[in-house]
Design a protein around this ligand. Structure first.
Ligand code: HEM
Ligand SMILES: *[C@@H]1O[C@H](CO)[C@@H](O)[C@H](O)[C@H]1NC(C)=O
Ligand SMILES: *[C@@H]1O[C@H](CO)[C@@H](O)[C@H](O)[C@H]1NC(C)=O
Ligand SMILES: *[C@@H]1O[C@H](CO)[C@@H](O)[C@H](O)[C@H]1NC(C)=O
Ligand SMILES: *[C@@H]1O[C@H](CO)[C@@H](O)[C@H](O)[C@H]1NC(C)=O
Ligand SMILES: *[C@@H]1O[C@H](CO)[C@@H](O)[C@H](O)[C@H]1NC(C)=O
Length: 354
């Protein structure tokens, strides 16, 4: 009895303070997502209490100077988590042993500055707390802040991820990510492998409410034949930006509010102004059309489902406890772990592959 009263009191105090501090904030309890073993909402409370404020303060400045970097960071988190789990492996530079996740084709359009921003955060955080915070957690926090700072929902991120010792192969990177040319069947199938359902797929695609894309990601819908599902005026404007299929140029992904995290991406889809096949087909396909519509008319609903999707995605294949390491430099594995790891590899283990 006593303990449940205490819990209730704590809970209402918590809910109350959230309400006052930030009316939009969605806490994990409300999103009702289980937290993976080894991760926790209070992971750094004693060992790096200022972590979240250091990160957010810095990113507010970075994003204020160049709002596009928010999109770059959000995408970095997606790529990290989909390939070999959220273990910061996407940040690792390639080595002599083979091409890394970074040099795989989908990486080539990750923003170079996103990597620098994470390493800079790592420097600031480690300077204050010592080497206790992983690069993988910094990416997860920075992605959350990218969403919050651009106008999207704010939410608590379970922390305690450890950094992976190995990057993924270029092939694993390709296999795990989704191509912009994919239809809804392929998108749903690729996300189902990660235990992400249809609603998660539509909600997470809504990340394309911010950011840019290169011509090569969508000109298959313009040349040689124009995709009949694309709005004609929209197509003509894209052709001006990309006069040929391989033009080296970029365009905003959400024509209505390119730098604001809102539900306009779904309004774009309903107006046949989605940029990629993977986007527009969510409206064409009867399995996802209703969800697109519901998000287009109700931003609160989109934000709620997006947070659920992010919490699921952000906990994919995490390393916790004594697994992995806390990298001293997000771009390279720690020297002291190199030896151990090469011994394992020499013994013919498959550990380095996935
Ligand atoms: C459903 C499958 C997805 C596909 C096929 C896809 C594909 C792409 C492609 C091709 C680009 C543009 C790359 C370029 O040409 O420069 C892009 C950009 C972006 N994607 Fe996705 N994506 C998907 C899911 C996601 C998810 C789940 C997130 C995050 C939660 C995300 C966040 C972003 C962001 C923020 C950008 C803009 C990046 C920038 O401005 O630098 N995407 N995506
Ligand atoms: C991966 O992309 C980033 C950003 O464009 C770039 O800095 C990095 O050098 C790339 N990695 C490789 C191995 O090409
Ligand atoms: C979706 O794409 C896959 C792979 O390209 C293809 O086999 C399938 O027929 C497509 N489905 C629909 C409904 O267009
Ligand atoms: C594309 O254009 C950018 C900026 O103008 C330039 O930095 C980059 O090297 C170009 N890429 C290619 C493949 O030509
Ligand atoms: C929008 O979605 C929220 C969250 O699910 C819900 O509480 C609200 O009733 C919805 N609003 C409308 C007008 O349907
Ligand atoms: C991190 O490692 C990269 C790759 O070895 C190196 O270029 C960079 O200077 C290092 N950064 C720091 C701060 O040591």
């Amino acid at each position: 009895m006593a303990s449940s009263t205490t819990t209730n009191k704590l809970f209402s105090a918590f809910a109350f303070s959230l309400l006052i501090l930030s009316p939009l904030a969605l806490d994990v309890a409300k999103a009702d997502q289980p937290i993976q073993d080894g991760l926790s909402l209070s992971f750094y409370d004693s060992i790096c209490p200022n972590l979240e404020s250091i990160v957010r303060k810095r990113l507010k400045k970075v994003y204020k100077d160049d709002i596009g970097q928010a999109a770059g960071i959000l995408r970095l988190h997606f790529h990290d988590c989909f390939v070999q789990g959220c273990d910061g492996s996407v940040l690792l530079d390639g080595s002599a042993s083979g091409p890394s996740e970074k040099s795989a084709i989908p990486n080539l359009t990750l923003r170079a500055r996103a990597f620098k921003i994470i390493n800079d955060l790592r420097h600031r955080v480690h300077r204050e707390c010592g080497r206790v915070v992983s690069c993988a957690d910094l990416v997860a926090l920075a992605a959350r802040d990218a969403v919050a700072v651009t106008g999207g929902p704010d939410y608590k991120v379970p922390l305690g991820r450890r950094d992976g010792l190995n990057f993924a192969t270029a092939q694993a990177t390709l296999d795990n990510l989704v191509a912009p040319f994919a239809n809804t069947t392929t998108v749903l199938a690729k996300l189902a492998v990660k235990n992400l359902d249809t609603t998660d797929a539509v909600a997470l695609s809504g990340a394309h409410t911010i950011g840019i894309a290169h011509c090569t990601s969508f000109t298959d819908r313009l040349y040689p034949n124009q995709d009949p599902t694309m709005d004609k005026t929209f197509a003509n404007n894209l052709k001006t930006t990309c006069p040929t299929a391989n033009t080296n140029a970029t365009t905003d992904m959400d024509i209505r509010s390119p730098n604001k995290f809102d539900n306009k991406y779904f309004v774009d889809l309903m107006n046949r102004q989605g940029l990629f096949t993977s986007d527009q087909d969510l409206y064409t396909d009867s399995r996802t059309r209703g969800i697109v519509k519901s998000f287009a008319v109700n931003q609160t609903l989109f934000f709620e489902k997006f947070v659920i999707g992010m919490l699921k995605m952000g906990q994919l294949g995490v390393l916790t406890g004594n697994n992995g390491e806390i990298r001293a430099n997000c771009s390279v594995r720690n020297k002291d772990n190199f030896l151990i790891s090469s011994v394992v590899e020499d013994e013919g283990s498959q550990a380095s592959q996935f």
